[in-house]
Design a protein around this ligand. Structure first.
Ligand code: ADP
Ligand code: MG
Length: 413
């Protein structure tokens, strides 16, 4: 079958998004790939479509246990035979699924990296034909990236243990040149076709705010949003999440919290509440959001500055996945810098790594202070060259004129 026909048949789309076609064709030719596509760029389809066209099964490795069920349900609704194996399913259910997998019931199997080298799973994978191994959120293998998951380092050993080496495909939205090299090396990708679709998200408006009273700014901002406008507020600590939720409630604004200190059940519940629009605002730590495909998020506001540009880009990128105009607001305060530095100081690490983390933090601090185009700063971080130094869609480009006027005024005084 031709890939356009398959695209229409399985997913109902008429055309590919940028980068998808090249990556899919390479995988179908049996070539390893590394796909760097922006948040919302359509990475899932890049492995789901070949999965339907290749013989045997596709194994999808993903760190997102909480999302696997949703992803698989969505595929099942489209008539695609998919399942998942992770720690959330009961023993008997896992045994049943393994039996079905042996009977070739499924084309796509999602698996958590922790499972890969478990004896039962290894035995199972020896009995079936795996044509493609797709690694989602591949930056999690890099210690230099912002979201290292130790279990990701299990992946190469697992791939090596398979009786025939499948095609290996890795995907991520964030990777600096160093991280790209590390992904290729650690996953032992073989002459991978690397496609960098670019990092720009033209529908996102970037703003940096230095407010002396953060909460007052936030309140004013939220009140200015129309009824039903959906947004994410990121905080750096669990404590801030909880107190902000309470403060907002006191002001009559309904919001729910999400952080790593909550039970998995409570987290799942609040995630669903937000995803299914029962609450329009979620206040969260960075534990929230990876892999979530909620299209209509209109703003992502950072109440505290995160640790580096990669984290910021990922988190802010959860706005506007439907392509509609959306806002990314970073609230800067010097105390956040102090907080981030304390976190770094308390971590045990090599001098080399410490230097890098400080450098990455500094880049974000500079982002908060620059008068240059904010979009330009983001793209430059990821090694993209920008031609137009005035994007017209960030607070610096839009308000540059005003700032100068004020300065002139001030000089006159
Ligand atoms: P990410 O790259 O962030 O993982 P997803 O794979 O979740 O992005 O895809 C984002 C959205 O784009 C999804 O809603 C998906 O259905 C949609 N999408 C993917 N490919 C296409 C396509 N070729 N045409 C239209 N929509 C697409
Ligand atoms: Mg994704």
């Amino acid at each position: 079958m031709d890939i356009y026909k398959a695209l229409k048949k399985y997913f109902g789309y008429d055309s590919f998004k940028k980068g998808q076609e090249e990556l899919i064709n390479s995988m179908l030719d049996g070539k390893d790939v590394l796909g760097i596509m922006p948040t919302g760029g359509g990475k899932s389809l890049c492995y789901q479509l070949p999965a339907m066209m290749l013989e045997g099964v596709t194994l999808v490795i993903s760190p997102l246990i909480a999302l696997m069920k949703d992803q698989v349900d969505t595929l099942n609704e489209m008539g695609i035979e998919a399942t998942y194996i992770n720690s959330s399913i009961k023993e008997e259910e896992a045994v049943q699924r393994a039996r079905d997998i042996r009977n070739n019931k499924y084309k796509i199997i999602y698996v958590a990296p922790e499972r890969l080298n478990a004896i039962a799973f290894k035995g199972l994978t020896q009995d079936i034909t795996i044509s493609l191994v797709a690694i989602d959120e591949a930056h999690c293998i890099s210690q230099w990236g912002h979201d290292f998951r130790p279990s990701y380092t299990e992946i190469p050993r697992f791939i090596q243990s398979l009786k025939a080496r499948p095609t290996v495909a890795a995907f991520t939205a964030t990777a600096t040149t160093e991280v790209i090299e590390e992904i290729k090396r650690l996953l032992a990708l073989q002459n991978p076709i690397t496609s960098v679709t670019g990092f720009d998200r033209p529908n996102l408006f970037y703003r940096v705010v230095k407010a002396s009273n953060k909460f007052a700014y936030l309140l004013d901002y939220l009140n200015k949003q129309g009824e039903g406008v959906v947004g994410i507020i990121y905080c750096s600590t669990r404590k801030t999440v909880e107190s902000l939720v309470k403060q907002l409630k006191d002001k009559g604004i309904e919001a729910i919290g999400y952080h790593g200190g909550m039970t998995p059940e409570a987290r799942q519940k609040n995630q669903d509440t937000f995803i299914f629009n029962r609450t329009r605002i979620i206040v969260a730590t960075n534990a929230f959001g990876m892999g979530i495909d909620k299209p209509d998020v209109r703003f992502v506001l950072h109440y505290n500055m995160p640790q580096n540009m990669e984290a910021y880009y990922q988190e802010a990128g959860r706005a506007g996945r439907d392509g509609e105009d959306s806002q990314c607001i970073m609230m800067y305060s010097p105390s956040d810098v102090v907080k981030q530095k304390l976190i770094l100081q308390n971590e045990y690490m090599s001098i080399e790594r410490e230097k890098l983390l400080y450098k990455n933090l500094q880049y974000l601090i500079d982002y908060c202070h620059t008068n240059d185009c904010l979009r330009g700063r983001i793209l430059t971080y990821f090694g993209e060259r920008i031609e137009n130094r005035n994007c017209g869609k960030c607070s610096n480009c839009l308000e540059a004129g005003e700032t100068i006027d004020i300065t002139v005024e001030a000089q006159k005084i």
